[in-house]
Design a protein around this ligand. Structure first.
Ligand code: AKB
Length: 320
């Protein structure tokens, strides 16, 4: 069985991706790489665990050789809002980390998965039905790192034949690990607030439409792309993928169907608003559908019912 290394395995996507990869490929074949935040008991006890900092190329190479790693999922990054406050670290992790993975992959014959984002677009990008191949002039440090990662991934494939593949993720909604410092985080926080307090203060204004996706689809997308027949891939890196697009009023309305007393008010975060305004309202993901069969299973209605059920159960048990 081909071995996998997940870097950033305690992050919002990384923590669930690692567990899913362990289910699919066998726990012993998936190494969870983490930097500082202690991993959950489940993550630590279900398979191999190593300290791996994306900015430390020698350590990545050491782990790749130790486990004979075949595929690296590089999930380490600072999210958009937090990256604005720490541009140096955002660059070092978001570009240095990608470069390190690609170099180690080139030397050791690995494949690399790179998660880009809707953040790779900017204010001059067409905001509705955003095409796969279009203008990318982001005005955030996060976006700059994501475009650079996309270009580096393309370069390493074309120049050195490294099997690089990647997705442009929208906001990812999940009920296991909280995101930290993203512009789309409100769409996760709203569910926790609805269960705990029946009210939520939204940092983005009504009318701010953004692409979103439920975590199970995000995990399926990464695995399906890495398993796809390379002969069908015309793009390889940075596939637009989306499952739904909504604004704060629409998600709040959906929550009210389950919790009629739920109330939402607004306290706009100007930085998050500016970032969200520069991102697509909705992306065209037809290339992903055509080239490797992308087909999301969850929509706003089914996701909301599941989020409220799972978070409600955790709350009832005193876990949150
Ligand atoms: C963020 O908001 O920074 C991320 C993203 C869309 O890439 N969730």
């Amino acid at each position: 069985m081909k071995k996998i290394l997940v870097i950033g395995a305690v992050g919002q996507i990384g923590s669930e991706l690692t567990m899913r990869l362990r289910q699919v490929y066998g726990a012993a074949n998936v190494v969870a790489g983490y930097r500082k935040t202690e991993p959950s008991k489940e993550l630590a006890e279900s398979g191999p665990l190593e300290r791996v900092d994306a900015t430390d190329a020698a350590r990545i190479a050491e782990i790749v050789k130790k486990y004979k790693i075949y595929t690296i999922y590089n999930m380490a990054a600072l999210l958009s809002a937090v990256a604005e406050g720490n541009p140096v670290m955002a660059w070092n992790v978001g570009v240095g980390g990608v470069f390190n993975c690609l170099e180690v992959a080139r030397e050791n014959g690995c494949a690399v998965f790179f998660p880009s984002s809707i953040g790779a677009f900017g204010p001059t990008t067409p905001l509705d039905n955003t095409p796969q191949d279009t203008i990318q002039r982001p005005n955030t440090m996060y976006g700059v790192t994501k475009v650079t990662g996309e270009l580096l991934s393309d370069y390493y494939f074309k120049k050195f034949g490294v099997d690089t593949r990647g997705l442009r993720y929208p906001g990812i909604i999940s009920n296991v690990t909280l995101p930290g410092g993203g512009t789309t985080d409100y769409a996760v926080e709203i569910y926790y607030a609805a269960i705990k307090e029946k009210k939520f203060t939204c940092p983005l204004p009504a009318g701010t439409f953004l692409d979103m996706m439920y975590m199970p689809d995000a995990l399926d997308a990464a695995i399906a792309l890495m398993e796809a027949d390379p002969a069908r891939l015309k793009h390889r890196n940075a596939f637009n993928v989306t499952a739904m697009s909504f604004d704060p009023e629409i998600i709040a309305g959906e929550i009210k169907k389950h919790i009629p007393g739920f109330v939402m008010s607004y306290d706009i975060d100007p930085m998050k608003k500016a970032i969200a305004d520069s991102w697509p309202n909705s992306m065209d993901d037809s290339c992903a559908r055509e080239e490797w069969g992308w087909d999301p299973k969850w929509n706003l209605e089914t996701m909301t019912a599941d989020m409220l059920k799972v978070i409600g159960e955790k709350h009832a048990k005193g876990l949150i």
